[in-house]
Design a protein. Structure first.
Length: 222
Protein backbone atom coordinates (compact mmCIF):
# COMPACT_ATOMS: atom_id res chain seq x y z
CA UNK A 1 0.00 0.00 0.00
CA UNK A 2 1.06 3.56 -0.63
CA UNK A 3 2.51 5.11 2.57
CA UNK A 4 1.71 8.63 1.46
CA UNK A 5 -1.96 7.82 0.87
CA UNK A 6 -2.16 5.96 4.20
CA UNK A 7 -0.74 9.05 5.88
CA UNK A 8 -3.36 11.25 4.26
CA UNK A 9 -6.22 9.07 5.54
CA UNK A 10 -4.75 9.05 9.08
CA UNK A 11 -4.19 12.81 8.93
CA UNK A 12 -7.76 13.40 7.75
CA UNK A 13 -9.15 11.32 10.61
CA UNK A 14 -7.08 13.33 13.10
CA UNK A 15 -8.38 16.60 11.65
CA UNK A 16 -12.01 15.47 11.90
CA UNK A 17 -11.50 14.40 15.54
CA UNK A 18 -9.71 17.69 16.33
CA UNK A 19 -12.61 19.65 14.85
CA UNK A 20 -14.98 18.09 17.39
CA UNK A 21 -17.34 16.85 14.67
CA UNK A 22 -17.58 13.36 16.15
CA UNK A 23 -19.75 11.70 18.76
CA UNK A 24 -18.28 10.79 22.15
CA UNK A 25 -17.22 7.34 20.92
CA UNK A 26 -15.54 8.84 17.84
CA UNK A 27 -17.46 6.61 15.44
CA UNK A 28 -16.99 7.28 11.77
CA UNK A 29 -15.24 6.22 8.60
CA UNK A 30 -13.10 7.97 6.04
CA UNK A 31 -11.98 6.99 2.57
CA UNK A 32 -9.74 8.41 -0.13
CA UNK A 33 -9.96 7.51 -3.79
CA UNK A 34 -6.81 6.04 -5.32
CA UNK A 35 -6.34 8.11 -8.44
CA UNK A 36 -5.97 6.09 -11.60
CA UNK A 37 -7.40 2.93 -10.02
CA UNK A 38 -10.91 1.77 -9.11
CA UNK A 39 -9.89 1.58 -5.46
CA UNK A 40 -10.10 3.47 -2.20
CA UNK A 41 -8.15 3.52 1.07
CA UNK A 42 -10.55 3.13 3.97
CA UNK A 43 -10.48 3.23 7.77
CA UNK A 44 -11.01 -0.18 9.36
CA UNK A 45 -11.25 1.04 12.98
CA UNK A 46 -14.78 1.80 14.19
CA UNK A 47 -13.56 4.95 15.95
CA UNK A 48 -11.70 7.81 14.26
CA UNK A 49 -9.95 8.41 17.61
CA UNK A 50 -7.77 5.35 17.13
CA UNK A 51 -7.03 5.37 13.40
CA UNK A 52 -3.36 4.67 12.77
CA UNK A 53 -1.45 3.57 9.67
CA UNK A 54 -2.08 -0.12 10.52
CA UNK A 55 -5.83 0.53 10.45
CA UNK A 56 -6.08 1.51 6.79
CA UNK A 57 -7.29 -1.06 4.25
CA UNK A 58 -7.49 -1.10 0.46
CA UNK A 59 -10.89 -1.75 -1.07
CA UNK A 60 -12.00 -1.99 -4.71
CA UNK A 61 -14.81 0.29 -5.82
CA UNK A 62 -16.81 -2.90 -6.47
CA UNK A 63 -16.64 -3.49 -2.70
CA UNK A 64 -13.95 -6.20 -2.78
CA UNK A 65 -11.46 -6.06 0.11
CA UNK A 66 -8.00 -6.06 -1.53
CA UNK A 67 -5.64 -5.61 1.41
CA UNK A 68 -5.99 -5.63 5.19
CA UNK A 69 -8.69 -6.81 7.62
CA UNK A 70 -12.12 -5.25 7.88
CA UNK A 71 -14.30 -5.76 10.97
CA UNK A 72 -18.08 -6.12 10.44
CA UNK A 73 -18.99 -2.64 11.70
CA UNK A 74 -16.86 -1.01 9.01
CA UNK A 75 -17.51 -3.60 6.29
CA UNK A 76 -21.24 -2.86 6.54
CA UNK A 77 -20.82 0.70 5.23
CA UNK A 78 -18.23 0.17 2.49
CA UNK A 79 -20.97 0.51 -0.15
CA UNK A 80 -21.85 3.98 1.14
CA UNK A 81 -18.35 5.12 0.15
CA UNK A 82 -17.97 3.18 -3.11
CA UNK A 83 -21.37 4.39 -4.36
CA UNK A 84 -20.30 8.02 -3.99
CA UNK A 85 -17.06 7.42 -5.92
CA UNK A 86 -18.98 5.60 -8.64
CA UNK A 87 -21.61 8.34 -8.92
CA UNK A 88 -19.25 11.33 -8.66
CA UNK A 89 -15.99 11.01 -10.63
CA UNK A 90 -14.72 14.28 -9.14
CA UNK A 91 -15.04 13.06 -5.54
CA UNK A 92 -11.70 12.16 -3.94
CA UNK A 93 -12.65 11.85 -0.26
CA UNK A 94 -15.68 10.62 1.68
CA UNK A 95 -16.18 11.29 5.39
CA UNK A 96 -18.92 9.83 7.57
CA UNK A 97 -19.27 10.83 11.22
CA UNK A 98 -21.90 11.52 13.86
CA UNK A 99 -21.28 15.22 14.67
CA UNK A 100 -23.48 15.99 17.71
CA UNK A 101 -25.45 18.93 16.32
CA UNK A 102 -25.72 17.86 12.68
CA UNK A 103 -26.84 14.44 13.91
CA UNK A 104 -29.59 16.15 15.93
CA UNK A 105 -30.97 17.41 12.59
CA UNK A 106 -30.59 13.92 11.12
CA UNK A 107 -32.48 12.43 14.06
CA UNK A 108 -35.22 15.06 13.65
CA UNK A 109 -35.27 14.30 9.88
CA UNK A 110 -34.82 18.02 9.26
CA UNK A 111 -32.69 19.70 6.62
CA UNK A 112 -30.00 22.20 7.59
CA UNK A 113 -30.62 25.53 5.87
CA UNK A 114 -28.24 28.20 4.63
CA UNK A 115 -28.19 29.97 7.97
CA UNK A 116 -24.54 31.02 8.10
CA UNK A 117 -22.43 32.64 5.41
CA UNK A 118 -19.91 29.78 5.27
CA UNK A 119 -22.69 27.52 3.95
CA UNK A 120 -23.03 29.79 0.91
CA UNK A 121 -19.27 30.00 0.45
CA UNK A 122 -18.57 26.27 0.51
CA UNK A 123 -21.17 24.74 -1.79
CA UNK A 124 -23.99 24.42 0.72
CA UNK A 125 -26.15 27.37 -0.38
CA UNK A 126 -28.99 24.94 -1.11
CA UNK A 127 -28.72 23.53 2.43
CA UNK A 128 -28.01 19.95 3.47
CA UNK A 129 -30.78 17.52 2.48
CA UNK A 130 -31.87 14.47 4.47
CA UNK A 131 -31.68 10.95 3.04
CA UNK A 132 -34.51 8.85 4.48
CA UNK A 133 -33.52 6.12 6.93
CA UNK A 134 -32.29 2.76 5.78
CA UNK A 135 -30.10 0.22 7.64
CA UNK A 136 -26.51 1.46 7.45
CA UNK A 137 -24.87 0.67 4.12
CA UNK A 138 -27.90 -1.25 2.78
CA UNK A 139 -29.33 -1.05 -0.75
CA UNK A 140 -32.24 0.90 0.74
CA UNK A 141 -29.88 3.38 2.41
CA UNK A 142 -27.90 3.83 -0.83
CA UNK A 143 -31.08 4.42 -2.84
CA UNK A 144 -32.20 7.00 -0.28
CA UNK A 145 -28.80 8.76 -0.38
CA UNK A 146 -28.84 8.85 -4.19
CA UNK A 147 -32.38 10.27 -4.17
CA UNK A 148 -31.49 12.98 -1.66
CA UNK A 149 -28.12 14.22 -2.99
CA UNK A 150 -28.43 17.57 -4.76
CA UNK A 151 -26.22 18.45 -7.73
CA UNK A 152 -23.09 20.23 -6.52
CA UNK A 153 -23.94 19.88 -2.81
CA UNK A 154 -21.17 17.88 -1.07
CA UNK A 155 -23.13 16.70 1.99
CA UNK A 156 -26.22 14.77 3.00
CA UNK A 157 -27.73 13.99 6.39
CA UNK A 158 -28.50 10.33 7.01
CA UNK A 159 -31.85 10.20 8.80
CA UNK A 160 -31.65 8.87 12.36
CA UNK A 161 -27.93 8.27 11.87
CA UNK A 162 -25.40 11.02 11.04
CA UNK A 163 -23.64 13.02 8.35
CA UNK A 164 -22.03 12.05 5.04
CA UNK A 165 -19.67 14.46 3.23
CA UNK A 166 -17.95 13.89 -0.10
CA UNK A 167 -15.60 16.31 -1.83
CA UNK A 168 -12.71 16.63 -4.25
CA UNK A 169 -10.00 16.67 -1.58
CA UNK A 170 -9.69 15.60 2.09
CA UNK A 171 -9.15 19.20 3.22
CA UNK A 172 -12.33 20.39 1.49
CA UNK A 173 -14.29 17.47 2.96
CA UNK A 174 -13.01 18.25 6.49
CA UNK A 175 -13.90 21.91 5.94
CA UNK A 176 -17.46 21.04 4.91
CA UNK A 177 -17.92 18.74 7.93
CA UNK A 178 -16.94 21.69 10.14
CA UNK A 179 -19.20 24.18 8.36
CA UNK A 180 -22.23 21.87 8.54
CA UNK A 181 -21.65 21.19 12.25
CA UNK A 182 -21.18 24.91 13.05
CA UNK A 183 -24.35 25.79 11.17
CA UNK A 184 -26.31 23.07 12.98
CA UNK A 185 -24.95 24.15 16.37
CA UNK A 186 -25.72 27.86 16.09
CA UNK A 187 -29.14 27.23 14.56
CA UNK A 188 -30.12 25.05 17.52
CA UNK A 189 -29.04 27.91 19.84
CA UNK A 190 -31.05 30.31 17.66
CA UNK A 191 -34.17 28.20 18.21
CA UNK A 192 -34.50 29.72 21.69
CA UNK A 193 -34.63 33.27 20.30
CA UNK A 194 -36.98 32.91 17.36
CA UNK A 195 -35.21 30.39 15.15
CA UNK A 196 -32.55 30.70 12.43
CA UNK A 197 -33.27 32.87 9.38
CA UNK A 198 -32.11 31.75 5.95
CA UNK A 199 -29.84 34.03 3.93
CA UNK A 200 -31.85 35.27 0.89
CA UNK A 201 -30.96 33.32 -2.29
CA UNK A 202 -29.58 36.37 -4.11
CA UNK A 203 -27.31 37.15 -1.15
CA UNK A 204 -26.05 33.54 -1.00
CA UNK A 205 -24.81 33.99 -4.55
CA UNK A 206 -23.33 37.37 -3.66
CA UNK A 207 -21.46 35.87 -0.69
CA UNK A 208 -19.92 33.21 -2.90
CA UNK A 209 -19.02 35.77 -5.57
CA UNK A 210 -17.30 38.00 -3.03
CA UNK A 211 -15.33 35.11 -1.55
CA UNK A 212 -14.20 34.05 -5.03
CA UNK A 213 -13.09 37.59 -5.88
CA UNK A 214 -10.81 37.62 -2.83
CA UNK A 215 -9.59 34.09 -3.60
CA UNK A 216 -8.54 35.11 -7.08
CA UNK A 217 -6.75 38.18 -5.72
CA UNK A 218 -4.75 35.89 -3.41
CA UNK A 219 -2.72 37.00 -0.42
CA UNK A 220 -2.49 40.75 -0.06
CA UNK A 221 0.96 41.94 0.98
CA UNK A 222 1.54 45.36 2.53
ZN1 LIG B 1 -22.52 6.04 11.24
Amino acid sequence: MDEDLIGRVVDTAAKVVASGAVSANGHGNISLRVSGADEMYYTSAPSLDVVGPEGIVRVGLDGTLLEGDLPPIQAAVVAMHTALYQDHPDVGCVIHTHPPYATAFAVANREIGCWIEAMAMFGLAAGVPVAAYGPRGSEQALANIRAAVRPGVPAVLLANHGLLVFHRTPDLAVLVVGVVEECARVSISAQSIGGPVEIPAVMRAAALQRAMTFDIAGVVTA
